[in-house]
Ligand binder design. Structure first.
Ligand code: GZL
Length: 329
């Protein structure tokens, strides 16, 4: 009898130590996914690594998951929507607790989101949105107001050019075709500059949010348009790529061609401080901490806001000089 009691005690102690070990593996309170104390399992599908913003966003998500004790299954879609859809289906197969992703484009995700809903797995959208009428397909959207970013960019230009005489020729480097930031930034910018009829967008084309894309399209713009006064680039990286094309054409960026961009990543802020850019509207990639808090609430079945917008600002050249030393990304 005594042997049985000892054996039972040993088994109990072993189970407790395993649980403790399991808990310490997570490093935080990301537990209570199921009945035991195992960590919440989050499946995350990332667009790719197309820009400085994206890599900063990935770092924020990975670091925040580790700090929160959440087990992260991270998939990099290499810029392909079909890879995101495959990743989400894999997360469903693996029965993760929560799925989060940044949809590369606004359309084409409804079917797989219905599959996640049917599997009882809650979904959180981060950074970019999807264009769907069925708002039950995701629990929350966490990200920026891209229309506002475009509008702030346009409002700065209206003020900057208020005393200019004659037409002000603008070329626009759009983000990834079909993506929420490209659609919305274009919309906000156009609405703002409509206030001044001398501000004219004479060319607008996607550079896919990359430096190479920005350079390539700007080379075409410069060849086809002898008089360009302003470049509006939907992100810093395309603006940085365009710098090469502008200087190669013998023009001085920031002076001959004023440059407005969005994001405010370090390299963009450096270009702004150096006088090569003229204005940046911030778009924060540091969504990780807020996302992990949302994941824990959603996993517990708690209600969460349908839309959570990040707090952002804008920068002039002087403000960039002051902000650079403490810039986090
Ligand atoms: C915006 C994000 C955009 C950035 C780009 O939230 O989706 O994608 O502006 C990034 O730099 O590539």
């Amino acid at each position: 009898m005594l042997r049985k009691v000892w054996a039972g005690t040993a088994v109990g102690l072993l189970a407790l130590s395993l649980a403790a070990c399991n808990n310490s593996d997570t490093g935080g309170d990301g537990g209570d996914a199921g009945s035991g104390n195992e960590p919440i399992v989050l499946g995350f599908s990332q667009v790719g690594a197309e820009s400085g913003w994206r890599t900063a966003n990935t770092t924020s998500i990975k670091e925040s998951a580790a700090e929160a004790g959440i087990e992260l299954k991270f998939d990099d879609a290499q810029g392909k929507q079909e890879n995101q859809i495959t990743a989400i289906r894999n997360f469903i197969q693996q029965k993760v607790d929560v799925i989060a992703f940044s949809p590369k484009v606004e359309t084409g995700f409804e079917t797989v989101l219905k599959e996640a809903k049917d599997a009882g797995i809650p979904v959180i959208l981060t950074d970019r949105a999807v264009d769907t009428q069925d708002k039950t397909l995701y629990k929350s959207f966490l990200g920026s107001d891209f229309v506002k970013e475009g509008r702030l960019s346009g409002e700065w230009l209206v003020n900057e050019m208020k005393s200019a005489t004659g037409d002000v020729n603008i070329v626009e480097l759009q983000g990834t075709t079909g993506s929420a930031p490209a659609n919305d930034r274009k919309k906000g910018f156009a609405e703002a500059i409509a206030k001044d009829p001398k501000l004219k967008v004479i060319a607008s084309q996607s550079g896919d949010f990359t430096r190479a894309g920005g350079k390539q399209v700007m080379e075409q713009f410069v060849k086809a348009n002898p008089k360009i006064d302003v470049l509006f680039a939907h992100n810093d990286d395309m603006g940085l790529g365009a710098l090469e094309a502008i200087t190669a054409a013998g023009k001085v960026p920031g002076k001959d061609i004023k440059i407005i961009t969005i994001d405010a990543v370090k390299d963009g802020m450096q270009a702004l401080a150096d006088g090569k850019f003229n204005f940046i509207a911030e778009c924060s990639p540091l969504l990780g901490p807020q996302l992990m808090e949302l994941v824990k609430k959603v996993n517990k079945g708690e209600s969460v806001p349908a839309r959570i917008e990040t707090q952002e600002t804008t920068f002039t050249q002087e403000q960039a000089k002051a902000a650079l030393p403490t810039r986090k990304y």
